[in-house]
Structures are given as structure tokens and as C-alpha cells.
Design a protein around this ligand. Structure first.
Ligand code: FEO
Ligand code: CA
Length: 673
């Protein structure tokens, strides 16, 4: 099925669901080779097929056992997470475990400066939106600096026009007939990021400090960016208004991200391909590949142009017929200094170009900076970047660590080892004969370079979270396109509708190591349905198992928390997306408990722990949109006038609003402590 026909398909209730479906189409043409190479016999076919992954003595305790074990109450006495589990379900509001407070801190449209206009959903303007909290909050970072100031950094991934704008409806069709330049400008202004200073009020609760000079919106409309690293100034980054190849208009589709050890904010550009327009479509509105375009091979591997938004109808910059190099300015990791609103954000090309889900950092024992990042597409890869220099107290020098280092892609072998393969021009197949004239080409076409190195195609890598001891967990959210016979040890299920979580242990506990071992922590889905092939600790309750892990965080005690994004498929589990604790150590490894769940149609992003684990920031994205046909009593797609929920305001005429939620324990204390 073509991209266009999926976007047009009425079975998808909104753009987000169509995005999800689009992710079902792999753009990696190398599958026959790489899957064939990597198909392994680590556990033997029979063991894989019956659900046993006996990697270690503890993981062998569950697997087939979990499929038959009766559900039991969570083993609270032994759990490292001290809270009473929330009951699973789905309805129009959020829920949190008893004894905790979940307060809405920032909603789409909330003013972020003292003189910003109040949100008026019937009379939105781009000018107002640029002074208000953006749409579809995803990554949340929180940082307290040496001078005592604290900032919140939030990504705004994309927009859902059908619930944002009055009397518009869904616009993802061939013509985007209802989209005007004014609406497009509001959409663009609602993308990007927000930085706000937070301060505690008299009751000790974090509030937005509206008069802070640090508060700012970042968007393609108001924020110019520059480039660093091997592709900065590259001929393939030059456009009509940028002869130097050194400037980009803002950032788009910022999914997850990270905070560096020196408190700068990394924004990952994920589904950038969807924003590029072409007039080159057939009678049915399907994109026709332009084989004469020198970027055609790159476009094919990245899915450019996606034509998901109408921006290119009004701006040549977003139309690849007019600016064929413009897509090469997106798909990077952006660094923003929250302490310096006047400093131009930097796109660090040494970290590669792909659909970056996130950019979580850690420091190796020798002081080098390490950043993990997944490429969120079915059958795409897991990457990490290791700086050449070491982290110091000099913030400016630290930023340069992001432009001089080595990007590696992962190969997960059948013997349980992971090998990190460097993407370096002139090494191995990364030469001019294969289309790579310099390191800039290797970074612009990271995916094509990784294909040649034989990286392992994964089941949609989302967040990758490192912990200081050389451990990193990889969220592999799902991949229903993996067919029987295409399984490999690290992606052991065909038709993997619910995803799994993989744990890497770098050799010597050193995140800069080029080899390590890996293991699967859980295979997600309902453990009571044998065909699902789920693998949990057998004491995981009916509320505790989940599907489609997406974002994650370690808390102050090194305990893992997982948030989920099932998209329009939440009806397959019946569970709203939520936040789960997940044991990764000892006898309870693989034991999960539900802590928070979203209003219907929303996915959960964040999470981020602050205040030494006493404050938890969560981001409820696109409430009331995904899969609302499965909400009993509603059973239809949401619109602005008729949404499945009006969370969090529940006020007549107010649309659902993506919001950041701040979680604390009643009476104070560490979350789950
Ligand atoms: Fe934007 Fe991969 O989630
Ligand atoms: Ca995500």
C-alpha cells in the first residue's frame, strides 16, 4: 500500500493513527540480506517458537511458565516499588495509584509569559500560539542549575487538526482543502519545543514562573538553527535562502530527547519526512517518485516526501519540488541551551540523520559522553554516539563534544553479544563507490550506511535509556510486519503487535565499549493468550502487563519505569496507555505494575524524575484522539466539536488539550519509595 493511500484510508480515525499505520511500511530495502544474515539460532527455533528464552536462570523462570501461571497479586513485600497497583481500564480521564497526586501543570495554549494572551480555541492565531504552550507534548526534561534556577523543557511533536480547529475535520487527504495559510501557521507555531522556568510556590508545589526571561517557544516560525559536525555546510544542505548550508528554520516532529550532563536540552527530530510536500502526484493523489532527483535514493530510504501536512502548499521551503535539499536539514538531534534564550540552537550532524526517537546521555568511566538513539521505523536500527573528548565543567567545551565523536550502529548476534559498528567514511563499504563521498554523506544518509554494515533490523526502536553502570534498555514498541521466518534472537516474534524490551550490558560496565551482551527483559502483551507469546514475571497482575513500550526512565534509585503508546490499537488490550514500574533485577525481573493511566485516546510521554525522585513529570499526548471508535458509549472518531473527552478541562466548548502532569506523593516523599 502506498503512503498516500494509507493516509486517505478512512479506517484511520486521525492523522496520528495514519502515522502509526505508515510506520508499518518499512523503508529498509535490505531486509532479505540483513534478516537472513542475522536470523540466528541462539535459542534454537523450537525454543523461540514456544516462547522460551532461557537467557539466564532468572529469565528462565518466566516465559512458558507465565503462559500457564494463574494471576496473583503483586508480590508487594519483595517489590522494589512501594505502591498499590492501579486497576487497568479506559475512560475519559486520567487515574493514578492511591496516595499520589497528579496535577495538570501546563496545557496546550497556556500562556508561557506574563503578557501572553489567554487561550481562545475559537480565535487562535500563530502569533498567540508562539507565546503559548505548544501541541502534543512528548519529551519532558527538568533541570536545576547551580544558581538554583529550575527549567522544564518540553517537545511538541505534531498536531491533530481535527481536534485543534473548529469546523475543520480531518485534513489528511489529497487536497487538504480546508487548510488555509493561517491554519498552517498555527500548526507550525504549535510544533517544536517550550522552555519555562519553574519555581516552588508557598505550598512547595512547582509552578511556571511566568515572568522568567528564560521562558521561550521554539518553532520553525520563530527559531533559526545552525549546524555542527561533518554535514555542517555540506552541499546537500544548501538551499535557495542558505547558500552556506548552515541554517535551518526550526525543528519538527520532536519526539523524545534528553538532557546533557551539563543541562542542555536535546530535541530529537523523528518523523520529519511527513512534512515535505510534492506536487508530483498521480490521479489518485499518490506520491510519484522522481527518479531524476539526485536525492531519490535517500528519499526512498527515508520516506521523503511524506505529504502529511499542507505546509508545502503555502511555503516553497516545505516543497521538495522547489527545495530538494530541504529534507536534509531535518532528522537530526538539536541542542538548546535553556539558560541562553539568545543562543541559536545547534543541529549536531555527528549524531546522524534518521527518525531519532530520543537522545539519552550518560558519561563513560573515562569521561567521554555517550548518547543512545533509536531509529523509530519498523526494521530500523539502534545507534549510540561516543564523543572524542571528555565531559568537563566548561559548558561551551562540552557542547563541542557533540560535534567530534563516533556514531555506531548495533548488531545483535545470536550468541547474546552486541557489536557496535562505527559509521566512518572510508572504512569498510562506506566509500565513494557506494555513494559516500565524505563523512557528511555518511551522516546525511546514516540509514544507507548502516544498511551496508549489516546492522540488525529491529522492531521499531523507541527510547533507549542508559544507566550509569553500563546498562541500557531499548524499547522495541511493535512490528506487525515481521513475518514467520524473519525472527531473530533480538526480535523473536513474528507479527509482534505488542513489542518487547531489550537490555544491553556494555562490556566492563563502560558505555563507550564497542561490545557488550544483551538480553530480553519482557515480551509484551497479554500473558493469558498463548498465541501472543508474552513473557512476564508470573506474578505480574492483570493490570500490570502492557503493550507497546515507548518512553522510559530510571528513577533516582535506578529503577525502571515505562510509558506506553499503543496508538489506535489500544482496543487490542482494552487498556489506556499508562506508566508502569518494571523490575529488572533479581527474582522479580520482568514484574510490572500499573501506576498511572491516560484519558482515552492519549499516549503517555515523559516520564522524567526530579527532586531526587520525589517529583515525576508526565506528558499526556493527543488525549481524545487515537482509537476512540473502541471507547464504549462513544464509538466514533473525535472532532473539535465532538471529542471523546474534553480532558483536562471538561468545559463545554473546550477541546481536549495535551498536557504535562506533575506527580507527587501525598504528604511528600519519594515516588514508590
Ligand atoms: Fe514519536 Fe517513536 O514516537
Ligand atoms: Ca515516542
Amino acid at each position: 500500500m502506498s503512503r498516500k493511500s494509507i493516509i486517505d484510508d478512512p479506517q484511520y480515525g486521525n492523522k496520528a493513527e495514519a502515522f502509526e499505520a505508515f510506520d508499518d511500511i518499512p523503508t529498509n530495502p535490505n531486509l532479505g540480506n540483513t534478516i537472513g544474515d542475522v536470523i540466528n539460532r541462539r535459542y534454537g527455533r523450537r525454543e523461540v517458537m514456544r516462547g522460551m528464552l532461557g537467557v539466564s536462570a532468572t529469565t528462565a523462570l518466566f516465559g512458558a511458565t507465565a503462559l500457564t501461571a494463574p494471576r496473583q497479586a503483586a508480590a508487594a513485600a519483595a517489590s522494589r516499588y512501594d505502591f498499590d497497583e492501579l486497576q487497568w481500564g479506559n475512560d475519559t480521564t486520567h487515574h493514578i495509584a492511591e496516595g499520589y497526586d497528579a496535577r495538570v501543570l501546563l496545557r496546550w495554549g497556556d500562556p508561557i509569559t506574563a503578557d501572553a494572551p489567554a487561550f481562545d480555541p475559537m480565535n487562535q492565531t500563530a502569533e498567540a500560539q508562539l507565546q503559548q504552550f505548544g501541541y502534543n507534548n512528548d519529551y519532558v526534561g527538568f533541570w536545576t542549575y547551580e544558581d538554583g534556577r529550575s527549567v522544564l523543557c518540553v517537545n511538541h511533536e505534531y498536531t491533530n487538526e481535527e481536534v485543534m480547529f473548529p469546523a475543520l475535520g480531518r485534513q489528511d487527504n489529497a487536497d487538504f482543502a480546508g487548510m488555509t495559510k493561517e491554519l498552517v501557521d498555527i500548526e507550525i507555531a504549535a510544533h517544536g519545543g517550550t522552555v519555562v522556568e519553574l519555581a516552588k510556590d508557598g505550598q512547595g508545589a512547582w509552578q511556571v514562573k511566568l515572568d522568567s526571561p528564560l521562558n521561550r517557544r521554539i518553532s520553525p516560525l520563530n527559531t533559526d538553527m545552525t549546524f555542527s559536525g561533518p554535514a555542517a555546510g555540506h552541499a546537500r544542505l544548501r538551499t535557495g535562502d542558505d547558500a552556506e548550508g548552515m541554517r535551518a528554520a526550526g525543528t519538527i516532529n520532536n519526539c523524545a530527547g534528553g538532557m546533557t550532563p551539563w543541562g542542555t536540552y536535546l530535541m530529537a527530530e523523528e518523523n520529519f519526512h511527513g512534512y515535505f510536500w510534492t506536487d508530483n502526484v498521480d490521479a489518485e493523489g499518490k506520491v510519484v517518485a522522481d527518479s531524476g532527483n539526485p536525492e531519490a535514493t535517500s528519499y526512498g530510504r527515508y520516506g521523503v516526501p511524506g505529504r502529511w501536512y499542507a505546509w508545502g502548499k503555502f511555503y516553497d521551503a516545505w516543497n521538495v519540488d522547489k527545495e530538494p535539499n530541504m529534507p536534509n536539514k531535518y532528522g537530526w538531534i538539536v541542542e538548546v541551551d535553556p539558560l541562553d534564550p539568545d543562543a541559536m540552537p545547534v543541529k549536531h550532524t555527528a549524531l546522524g540523520r534518521f527518525r531519532h526517537e530520543g537522545a539519552e546521555t550518560t558519561v563513560a568511566p573515562d569521561g567521554r559522553l555517550v548518547i543512545y538513539s533509536g531509529d523509530d521505523n519498523r526494521f530500523d536500527y539502534v545507534y549510540k554516539y561516543v564523543s572524542a573528548g571528555i565531559v568537563s565543567d566548561d559548558r561551551a567545551a562540552n557542547s563541542a563534544l557533540l560535534s567530534d565523536g563516533t556514531l555506531y550502529v548495533a548488531r545483535f548476534d545470536e550468541d547474546g553479544t552486541v557489536t557496535w559498528m562505527p559509521l566512518v567514511h572510508g572504512e569498510g563499504p562506506l566509500t565513494a563507490e557506494n555513494g559516500f563521498n565524505d563523512q557528511g554523506d555518511v551522516m546525511i544518509d546514516t540509514r544507507l550506511a548502516a544498511d551496508l554494515l549489516g546492522a540488525t533490523p529491529m522492531d521499531r526502536p523507541e527510547d533507549i535509556q542508559p544507566r550509569g553502570d553500563g546498562t541500557a534498555v531499548v524499547m522495541l514498541t511493535n512490528n506487525t510486519r515481521r513475518e514467520v521466518g524473519d525472527e531473530n534472537a533480538a526480535n523473536p516474534r513474528a507479527d509482534n503487535a505488542f513489542g518487547h524490551i531489550l537490555e544491553i550490558k556494555e562490556d566492563g560496565g563502560d558505555h563507550a565499549a564497542t561490545t557488550g551482551t544483551w538480553d530480553i527483559v519482557v515480551r509484551c502483551g497479554d500473558p493469558e493468550i498463548a498465541d501472543v507469546g508474552a513473557m512476564w514475571h508470573p506474578e505480574t497482575s492483570e493490570s500490570g502487563w502492557f503493550g507497546s513500550p515507548d518512553n522510559c526512565a530510571y528513577d533516582a534509585d535506578g529503577r525502571l519505569w515505562i510509558s506506553t503508546d499503543q496508538g489506535g490499537n489500544w482496543g487490542k488490550t482494552g487498556k489506556s496507555d499508562g506508566l508502569y514500574s518494571l523490575e529488572t533485577e533479581g527474582d522479580l525481573r520482568g514484574h510490572s505494575k500499573l501506576f498511572f493511566r491516560c484519558p482515552v485516546g492519549g499516549e503517555l510521554c515523559g516520564p522524567y524524575f526530579g527532586d531526587d525522585g520525589a517529583t515525576l513529570f508526565l506528558a499526556v499526548q493527543h488525549p481524545g484522539t487515537d482509537g476512540t471508535k473502541d471507547l464504549v458509549g462513544f464509538a466514533r472518531n473525535s472532532t473539535f466539536e465532538d471529542p471523546a473527552t474534553r480532558w483536562p478541562d471538561f468545559a463545554e466548548g473546550m477541546p481536549p488539550r495535551p498536557s504535562v502532569v506533575i506527580v507527587t506523593k501525598e504528604g511528600g516523599g519519594k515516588i514508590a519509595g
